[in-house]
Design a protein around this ligand. Structure first.
Ligand code: ADP
Ligand code: MG
Length: 265
């Protein structure tokens, strides 16, 4: 192919890529053409390589949008996690990192004292889910209840639950920091039921399951809810001292927390 012809084709590619709103095709086309000529690729290999650039760029920007929309309190990843602090959780987390739990609508429950990395790991799994194309929403248990109460008050709870089912992953952070009123407990139960065997939940709590009756104000509601949550779930129990207080000469926190976060992230 002579240089004049190449230039003409290149112009046309620029135009066509713009018409397709696929700017990376234009970028990749000429760069990969040189590579293809040098390496003797087939036409099919070349086309696949060019299209692949566009598709992976779109997936990556989709993931960024899903991460932004999820409402994480901070970006935390599994790579940032210091496994020396939680050695026993590592194999379970490694299995979850494949994202397979989302396809089976399995849940993850992270239990443990304050500062042991529950929110960090829930966020890291959420970011993985977003990368795999799942829509994700993160909020505290209190925020979820506020949101569901609002929907209930407006008579659109079923629609709200249906809408939330379209999210592959919902993260409920800090179950147990504040006890629920009876109405709130029932709304939360409906959230859990509506996702059961449809879509995943990640829950974090500083209380063992045995303490959830107190949170939901009713042992029967708590038992029915825990039953649905753990039927298909990985339960990870984190241990040890707060990572936030490391090296500050503070060995432990009071066992009952009456306020929310007294330390900043
Ligand atoms: P929890 O939700 O269990 O109270 P967080 O996940 O909020 O704890 O952790 C508190 C802070 O310490 C966060 O900034 C988090 O990123 C960090 N952190 C906790 N555990 C680890 C760890 N094992 N490796 C790295 N950072 C950690
Ligand atoms: Mg937390």
């Amino acid at each position: 192919m002579g240089p004049a012809k190449t230039t003409e084709a290149a112009k046309q590619i620029t135009y066509l890529a713009a018409a397709l709103k696929a700017p990376r095709i234009n970028e990749a086309a000429s760069r990969l053409a040189d590579q293809a000529r040098d390496a003797g690729w087939s036409f099919e290999d070349y086309l696949a390589a060019v299209l692949e650039r566009e598709v992976s760029a779109r997936n990556a920007s989709g993931a960024q949008l899903r991460i932004k929309a999820a409402g994480f309190p901070a970006r935390k990843t599994l790579e940032d996690f210091d496994w020396n602090a939680q050695p026993t959780a590592r194999p379970q987390l490694a299995a979850l990192a494949s994202g397979g739990f989302l396809l089976e609508a399995r849940n993850v429950v992270l239990l443990g004292p304050p500062g042991t990395g529950k929110t960090h790991l829930a966020t890291a799994l959420g970011i993985i889910a977003a990368g795999h194309g799942h829509r994700v929403l993160f909020a505290t248990a209190t925020d979820w209840v506020t949101r569901l109460s609002e929907a209930h008050r407006q008579g659109r709870l079923p629609q709200e639950l249906a809408r939330l089912r379209r999210y592959g992953l919902i993260i409920v952070d800090e179950v147990g920091y504040l006890p629920f009123e009876q109405d709130a407990a029932n709304l939360f139960f409906q959230l859990v039921s509506s996702r059961y065997e449809h879509a995943s939940l990640i829950l974090t709590s500083n209380l063992p399951f045995s303490g959830w009756g107190g949170v939901f104000g009713d042992q029967a509601v708590a038992a029915a809810m825990i039953d649905r949550i753990v039927h298909h779930a990985d339960v990870l129990t984190l241990k040890g001292a707060s990572y936030r207080l490391r090296g500050r000469g503070i060995d432990s926190l009071p066992s009952i927390r009456t306020t929310t976060d007294e330390t900043s992230g």
